[in-house]
Design a protein. Structure first.
Length: 334
């Protein structure tokens, strides 16, 4: 009985469990604002729930980073600022300015003893968008690692739970294919749909995103075992064309976008040379000769994919080292 209670507690405080708590609190806060039009002076429950969601999100990252549940209770408690500083010290990528600002604004009210009300105007209504965006950004940093951590340390489910998970995966796949298969060739590339993180994208990008997830997250799971391994050449070659689009969509908000140019080469079945321009308008690219570029970064297919996803630091640069370093640090990790 004691061992079972210990196992239950370990699962309850696992990184994935905390991730789900954070996700649910943020969704609940959002739902309250959407369905209950209540002024802040009458109820600040949405702020309290959003702050709690941010706390769980930060603690999920810290559990993945090796902080024990006892340490979280003893050293961090409910302090959002302490949790954020500890996460940064343990490898959390530098958050966008808006994320930091949102956490700093709510932290004085989310205290160890209780939630302290915000001073607001009489007719003011909750504006949770900055907090929800902050919580979502943090959850995004630990999602993959939280799943891997769970299956490495707690993944010995019963045959029934394994079948249930496979059933959910199959249902999700069938739902996606039910939307994609009826589409015409014109709709495949011309029908623009919203993507939560990337904005408007062609419909085919949802299918491409699934292929990226299958390839990279299977690499993540193998990485979590601690064994040496690699990325399949078939998978890496398939994903190469999408990596430049992914770079375009993952530029850090605080990146130095003073204009510069460089070249990138890739080997494999989708081998090619690409001329890249970076400016305050974003990143542009086109196939072309790179021999006149001040810096060229050479990748094999697997190294390009894993570098773009932020899993490894790879690539062989030739030319201006500072320019190569600047380019590789323009993007946030996903």
């Amino acid at each position: 009985m004691t061992l079972r209670l210990e196992n239950d507690e370990a699962r309850r405080t696992a990184a994935l469990a905390l991730w789900r708590y954070g996700h649910d609190y943020l969704r609940a806060a959002q739902a309250l604002c959407e369905h209950n039009h209540v002024a802040c002076r009458e109820s600040q429950v949405p702020y309290h729930m959003a702050a709690q969601g941010v706390e769980f999100a930060l603690k999920s990252f810290l559990r993945v980073a090796g902080v024990s549940s006892d340490e979280l209770s003893r050293r961090i408690s409910h302090s959002l600022l302490d949790a954020m500083h500890e996460a940064l010290a343990r490898g959390l990528p530098a958050p966008p300015v808006d994320v930091v600002r949102a956490i700093q604004s709510i932290a004085p009210h989310h205290r160890n003893d209780q939630f302290h009300y915000l001073e607001v105007e009489d007719d003011e209504f909750p504006d949770l968008a900055p907090l929800l965006a902050a919580g979502t950004w943090i959850l995004d940093q630990s999602a993959d690692s939280a799943v891997i951590d769970y299956y490495v340390h707690h993944g010995h489910g019963t045959p029934e739970t394994q079948r249930a998970m496979l059933g959910r995966l199959r249902a999700d796949l069938d739902k996606l294919m039910g939307m994609l298969e009826p589409m015409s060739a014109e709709e495949w590339t011309g029908f623009i749909v919203p993507h939560f993180y990337m904005g408007p994208v062609p419909a085919f990008f949802y299918a491409a995103g699934q292929l990226m997830d299958y390839a990279v997250h299977s690499w993540d799971i193998r990485q979590g075992t601690g064994r040496a391994h690699g990325l399949s050449g078939d998978a890496a070659d398939l994903l190469v064309p999408f990596m430049f689009v992914l770079w375009q969509s993952t530029i850090r908000q605080d990146a130095d976008l003073t204009p510069f140019r460089l070249g990138v080469t890739v080997t494999g079945r989708n081998a090619g040379e690409y001329r890249i321009d970076v400016s305050d308008q974003g990143m542009g690219y086109e196939p072309g000769d790179v021999s006149d570029m001040p810096t060229v970064i050479d990748f094999d297919a697997g190294s390009l994919v894993l570098t773009t996803f932020g899993r490894v630091n790879a690539g062989t640069y030739r030319g201006d080292a500072a320019l190569a370093d600047r380019f590789l640090n323009v993007f946030f990790r996903i």
